[in-house]
Design a protein around this ligand. Sequence first.
Ligand code: ARG
Ligand code: ZN
Length: 878
Amino acid sequence: KAIRLQDYRPPAHLIDTVDLQFELGEEVTTVRSTLGIRRNPDRPDAAGLPLTLDGQRLDLVSVALDGTPVAPDRYTVTADHLTVDQVPECFSLETVVRIKPQENTALEGLYKSSGNFCTQCEAEGFRKITYFIDRPDVMARYATTITAEKARYPVLLSNGNLVASGEHEDGRHWARWEDPFPKPCYLFALVAGNLRHAEDHFRTFSGREVTLRIYVEPGNEDKVDHAMRSLKKSMRWDEEVYGLEYDLDIFNIVAVGDFNMGAMENKSLNVFNTKYILAKPETATDNDFLGIESVVAHEYFHNWTGNRVTCRDWFQLSLKEGLTVFRDQEFSSDMNSRAVKRIADVQGLRTVQFQEDAGAMAHPVRPDSYVEINNFYTPTVYNKGAEVIRMIHTLLGPEGFRKGMDLYFQRHDGQAVTCDDFVAAMADASGVDLSQFQLWYRQAGTPDLSVATAYDEAARTYRLTIRQTVPPTPGQPDKQPMHIPVVVGLLGPDGADLPLRLTGEAAPAGTSRLLHVRKAEEVFEFVDVPARPVPSILRGFSAPVKVKADVSDADLTFLMANDSDAFNRWEAGQILGGRILLGLVADQQAGRLLDLPQSYVDAVGAVLRDADADPAFAAQALVLPTEAYLGTQMDVVDPEAIHTVREFARKTLAARLRPDWLATYRRHAGNQSFSVEADAIGRRALKNLCLAYLMALEDEEALSLCLGQYHGATAMTDVIASLQFLSNSNAPQRDEVLAGFYERWKGEPLVVDKWFGVQAMSYRPDALERVTELLKHPAFEIRNPNKVYALIGGFANGNPVRFHDATGSGYRFLADQVLRLDPMNPQVAARMMGPFSRLRRYDAARQALMKAQLERIVATPGLSPDVFEVASKSLEAA
Ligand code: ARG
Ligand code: ZN
């Protein structure tokens, strides 16, 4: 059942042209397809082979070859394929199929969302629309004619340019679209519906006038401005930074409420989850605004990294995703605060991707086998993939990297290529040897670095000994040493960076140095070091690794105050906080009394009192390491002890620094006019963090501030923050406030999702009870992925202490929901399984409870390959 990279062969046949005719209907939709097919010259052995097309859940009406019906004994139809025997070297094949988009709850292929037709073809959805060679190395030119009832579906869209349209007498109308760029079928899109649009224009650097349109359901026209601005900024940025220009006269975005993932980069017709388009200050949080900016950019950037140059096969997914995530991260860094963006990205990587690397589904950035490709749209492929690109950027420098990108497009524009092709372009353009570096694509697991330091006062030398190990992962017991770029700085006693000179160098060069760690152990010796320095290791998080360094608590406090690298200034606080909290976890487990060292309170207090210098940074630096992150630092995760200890630390910091939290809250709580500039976002984040600490104490003053903010705020960021604190509290107003929020916002599905999320993530002991009740709430729809992610996902991923309840009630609940979802939407069901794939990380009792649920799941007849793959791999690794 598993597909393996090593089995890759070019396709036996190629398809050059596709002509599609859709007759959209309420009962039945008919798809007529005419394919221009020829034998692949790269497969001389394919001469006698039949033509095999992919197709699933299609009701085949007719097949004709070069205009003549194909005799029934010359073709075979199975659940997955249409095979035609004795095909000529070059021919056209016409098929007619019937499908029922209105019954498609998997949201893959052609489906309906709020009564509108839309598509999602990546990775293998096109085969649910028509018979085709559904693989990305088959690239064709598409012409698409859509016919539908005009009153219900006034808007008819597909890829490329609108070339003709007209009306029929019976109330139906049609539109014909042609896409001049050859593309794989996963980039095909069709939308038909009752939609309103906003329009704007962009002039490219070569003078092309591009019409930009964002289509939404009626009533949402007032929430597209931010997405439109983000689109124009992305277009400008890609021209400025990479010299990449948009290549058609029209760029359309459609927002739909039912969507499995974030968005999709279909050529000139991006389809988005409404979550990543719709925003106004009253309904969207600052994080929503930032998410929209980055996802709009991400999908736009795919036009070059993904569409113009695409993937040869799905093992190469990170070729487009890792690279495009790197590009959208850099874009957001340039638009907002670079340090804050880096911190947020690293936090995400460390909590989510590091957990994946340590679990049953661990896989390399370029996986070498899969059962269901949809299970590999993962943090590893996307986010670790982006870190791999970032390391190449670090190794080559910005100019070398740009040269590499230019060569990549020069060589591969219009092609379907591999990660190796990308790395080769980077290496060839820059002259940098990336051969060992390529292991980052092949080896799974998070490397561990240990750093030992030694200062020799007499010789004035400072030595860093760096050792690396890469842990075993499923299917990869033994690992080779990787090429790891480690950027370091050394701080002198005054807190300033020292000029750095390595043994053998004539003169110091810079204050931040890139060290190449290639062997299991490497020693770097700095000379002319006047006094024992404080090392700043892995500046900017220059590699996705875990570091253990012999840096004292006092040195970490020093780094928190002085490091010129903002990321490491934050990191020092996280390491120190992590050390202290993990020490307390051990105390808690041993039944010892908990006590937070005053030196740590003082260090936090110093950051807090300096917060106004950079509120956005302070807001991140003052957050204690998350429960999930603390879990990744333990051999056996103890969710209860972690939660107890973290809450204890929060309350202690709240109590001992109360006047500072209060003063800082008050300074930033004034009625400023709303803006989504980085600075304003930072001030709101800091203010709400202060309120979070104050609410940890739940005293009367905190409660009244929180209620005051809840009732007085107009920006959703402030409303939802106060709602979240209230939802975690025992405030008597709690239920009333939650009920009132729903009444106020029940007409806005995305806001209702937040309401579900807040309750799902509440760490009150009755959280599961409440979640179970909410499943029956009229606003909850099991068929809508956003609702599932908010309520079920919020509980399973965002509420470790209640989900991992020792009775196993959380596990039973999740398994129930997975089994309920699987027949409707396997992709979403499989996405809910994440916590089970990490069962090895827990104690024996919890492992047994999770295992029992997994066994129940795999024993269920008719399971999808999606859920089966995750469940069976989780059991194998158990
Ligand atoms: N290519 C899209 C993006 O990252 C993701 C779509 C994946 N969809 C899926 N069903 N696997 O922008
Ligand atoms: Zn993408």
